[in-house]
Design a protein. Structure first.
Length: 838
């Protein structure tokens, strides 16, 4: 909270910090929430289901969080019980349109200087980009009129205060800018207290030509989007958009995208860097003779793309799924199964319809408007925060638009954006049976739970998401339940109605019992005609059994019970359960604390010749069979340049649980491995996996003096890469047997790509003769990173450049638009490089 500025000093120092802190509660100067993301970030599928690529994170709607809203906001609820403090907001107009955020903070603080007696306290400010107004939130509604009077009459001679260019400011209440209960902005407000001349969408002025302004078709005044129940085919269209194509057609579509949006874009980006250097040379900033375009860039096909390698499994291939928990809408005239899912009916005699959920995360806003004041979905439908309230729907644009709907807590996927609701995974062909079985268990538990799903806009409720990981080869399954604090979160009301601490532990026990009482149920699926189940059916005799499974508790407790439950009935059972408490925005980081509740602390997966341990926060490829194909390509690319494997060191950047590096060691194509990853849980697994597969890690063996072949480092790659490369270049790696090695690098970053420091380090160390880039975002960050690796040398990116020599797409995600790319870069020879420098 920002107290009134006490002195001019506060404008340059402490006042800035205070206002910045309060501003971060609402958002930055551009109107964005101050959250970060990062998971594997396969996030474009997120908000739908996370079933594409590495889209493993099902994010929550944006909203505010933290203790900042604990006290002053508890009474800011409207008649429907919704979190609302518009009455404490003031909009100040005639702010400079392109003012910097820091300058805006100083301006706001200056308004209060010399007026401390008025006891005005500002808790937040927010200015949308390219707009000439700022929204100011005060701590109490009683301050609003005083603040407005201060802005409008607090200048010289009782006139309005001025902006940075001497023009008068004008303030008015924020709630006066909205009509019809806050659903639309008041038409024609120019920001100076005057009405703009009304104009119809057809260009005619209002008033004289009759009629009021029709704002229905304009972007700013766009009405709420349609809320309707999608058919099964429409759900597939939204989440697996290529499902209607034959598999050869899917591969052909991905091939064209790799050529047009990956290969051609890389060439274009590199040529663009040469053009920049040419312009600098013309201005005399560079030697004109030092810039020559590389010959390979002028070839007709500068980067050759091989035909995509198909996935071994076309259907039900995912080993990790994430479900959002919220509310689905149930039509009373459609019937319901015992498992709380709808009995499908037909619309227009063509398509089966499925359940829909309207999530209470109603942070979706009208297009072009502020994300904070104009709630669309749940407000327009008069949905209350009671999770089991019946509601009347009178404006749904479906065949059941006038029917009665009930809200039922459920777990599933978003298929229409935030205000479109959540859908079950059953119609999706890339989702395995066990994932749908887990969803059914939660859809049985949630409607009977006394604890509601989490509402990230109001910061109330508890249940947030469910992450499920499973191995068909070891028949193990892990469930991670993400939840808000049982106390109800930052938006908890004073009456204690949002405090679930008394019942939370009992509900956890009940949920664990439901998840572990037997094998995961195999539900009926709503597949389209022609679907062929080709899930993993190979011999699983080597799978974990009660007698051979690792990690068994010798004392005979919960872990032993898990093994007893894993009998030979052929079904997959839940073997590990975690709960994770989180009250922030988006999703927690991979190393966010988790609470182990039941069974083993990890699951095992067999991949190639190796067995890997996977913990809750560790990254692992979501298509196990596809990963074997992917890694076999990497092994072959390394084998091509390793005449002496024992003197070859593999630098594995973004190594995760060590799958790529340990596979290469096991295949005998390298003699030593250094892995770097930012996620500590993944590195902990990597060290265990090294030992499990017959190798020893340097970090664990240093004290005993054992010479090892692996070293795993838990840190951001950009922080440790320079040090790691110095160690290697100086004659070897600490604690490892390999000295003066030949270096091959493999990078497998998340969708954000490589940090600039990592690119610079890889490029500058010319001992690295081959770099293999494994990208899950080949039409995005791969093109950027490739241009920096292969472009002309600069002060920021020195050293001889690489050039792409092989490009192999691998279809890891059938029926989606995503495709993995293995691009091989070889260092340009000294002779060729000197030719371009002549």
């Amino acid at each position: 909270m920002i107290a009134a500025a006490e002195s001019a000093k506060s404008l340059d120092g402490e006042g800035d910090m205070a206002i910045a802190a309060a501003s971060s509660f609402v958002g930055d100067a551009n109107g964005n929430d101050n959250d970060g993301d990062d998971d594997d970030a396969e996030n474009d599928a997120n908000g739908k289901m996370g079933a594409e690529d590495g889209g493993d994170d099902v994010s929550n709607a944006k909203g505010q969080s933290g203790d900042a809203c604990n006290n002053n906001y508890n009474n800011d609820y409207n008649a429907d019980g919704r979190f609302d403090h518009t009455s404490r907001k003031v909009v100040v107009h005639n702010i400079l349109k392109y003012i910097r955020h820091k300058e805006l903070q100083k301006l706001v603080a200056s308004w209060l200087v010399g007026h401390e007696s008025k006891n005005i306290k500002i808790v937040a400010t927010k200015k949308p980009p390219k707009d000439n107004w700022v929204k100011v939130t005060l701590s109490e509604e009683s301050m609003v009129n005083t603040f407005i009077e201060l802005i409008n009459t607090g200048g010289e001679g009782g006139k309005a205060m001025l902006n940075g260019r001497g023009k008068p400011l004008f303030a008015k209440r924020a709630d006066e800018m909205f009509v019809n209960g806050g659903d639309r902005r008041e038409c024609g407000d120019s920001g100076d207290g005057q009405k703009r001349k009304e104009r119809h969408p057809d260009g005619n002025d209002g008033g004289e030509n009759g009629g009021e302004r029709d704002t229905r078709n304009t972007k700013r005044f766009k009405s709420s989007p349609e809320i309707r129940i999608l058919s099964s085919d429409e759900v597939r269209d939204a989440i697996t958009p290529l499902w209607k194509m034959t598999y050869p057609q899917q591969l052909d579509s991905k091939m064209k995208e790799m050529v047009n949006k990956c290969a051609k874009t890389i060439v274009k980006e590199i040529k663009g860097k040469f053009k920049i250097l040419e312009r600098e040379a013309k201005r005399g900033q560079r030697n004109k003779n030092s810039i020559q375009l590389y010959d390979w860039l002028n070839q007709l096909r500068a980067i050759e793309i091989d035909q995509p390698i198909p996935s071994p499994l076309k259907y039900e291939y995912r080993n990790k799924c994430e479900f959002t928990i919220g509310y689905r809408l149930v039509s009373d005239d459609r019937g319901e199964r015992e498992d709380n899912t709808l009995i499908p009916t037909t619309t227009g005699g063509e398509k089966d319809t499925v359940d829909a959920e309207l999530t209470m995360r109603d942070g979706v806003t009208k297009e072009g408007d502020d994300g904070e004041d104009e709630k669309v979905a749940a407000d327009d439908l008069n949905i209350t925060t009671n999770p089991h309230t019946s509601i009347a729907m009178s404006s749904l644009s479906t065949s059941t638009s006038n029917a009665e709907f009930r809200k039922v807590p459920a777990a599933g996927f978003l298929a229409q954006g935030w205000n479109g609701g959540i859908y079950p995974p059953h119609p999706l062909q890339n989702m395995p049976d066990w994932s749908c079985g887990i969803a059914d268990i939660f859809n049985e538990f949630l409607p009977t739970s006394s604890i509601p799903p989490y509402d990230s806009k109001a910061h109330r409720g508890v249940w947030r998401t469910v992450t499920v990981r499973c191995s068909l080869r070891t028949r193990e399954c892990m469930v991670i339940v993400l939840h808000a604090p049982a106390t109800g979160g930052a938006g908890a009301r004073d009456d204690g109605s949002d405090d679930y601490t008394r019942t939370f532990d009992a509900e956890k026990v009940r949920l664990v019992g439901m998840l572990t009482k037997g094998a995961i149920p195999t539900p009926k699926r709503d597949f389209p005609e022609g679907h062929c189940n080709d899930t993993y059916t190979a011999d699983i005799s080597g799978a974990a059994t009660p007698s051979s499974a690792t990690g068994m508790n010798k004392s005979g407790s919960e872990e032993e019970k898990v093994e007893d439950n894993n009998n030979n009935d052929g079904g997959i059972r839940v073997t590990s359960i975690y709960f994770q408490e989180y009250d922030g925005l988006s999703l927690p980081t991979p190393d966010h604390p988790v609470q182990h509740i039941y069974g083993k602390k990890y699951i095992e997966e067999k991949l190639g010749k190796c067995t890997f341990q996977i913990s809750p926060g560790a990254f692992f490829q979501t298509n196990t069979d596809g990963a074997e194909v992917l890694y076999s390509i990497i092994v072959e690319r390394i084998r091509e340049v390793t005449s002496d494997p024992q003197r070859t060191l593999l630098l594995d950047v973004c190594c995760g649980t060590g799958t790529i590096g340990l596979t290469c060691l096991k295949e005998g194509v390298v003699g030593a491995l250094v892995g770097v990853d930012i996620a500590e849980p993944a590195i902990a697994d990597a060290r265990i996996n090294a030992k499990r597969n017959g190798f020893h890690d340097a970090e664990k063996a240093e004290e005993s003096g054992v010479v090892t072949t692996t070293r795993f480092v838990a840190s951001a790659a950009e922080k440790v890469m320079p040090e790691v490369m110095r160690d290697i270049s100086s004659g070897g790696v600490r604690g490892m047997s390999t000295t003066t090695p030949v270096i091959v690098a493999v990078v497998d970053p998340a969708r954000d790509g490589l940090h600039g420091i990592v690119v610079r380090t890889l490029r500058a160390n010319e001992k690295i003769q081959r770099l293999i880039y494994v990208s899950c975002n080949p039409v995005g960050t791969l093109t950027r990173d490739a241009a920096m690796l292969c472009g002309p040398p600069t002060k920021k990116y020195p050293g001889r450049p690489f050039k792409p020599t092989r490009s192999q797409p691998v279809d890891m995600f059938p029926m989606t638009k995503h495709c993995e790319m293995v691009m091989t870069f070889d260092r340009m020879s000294k002779e060729e490089y000197e030719k371009y420098q002549a």
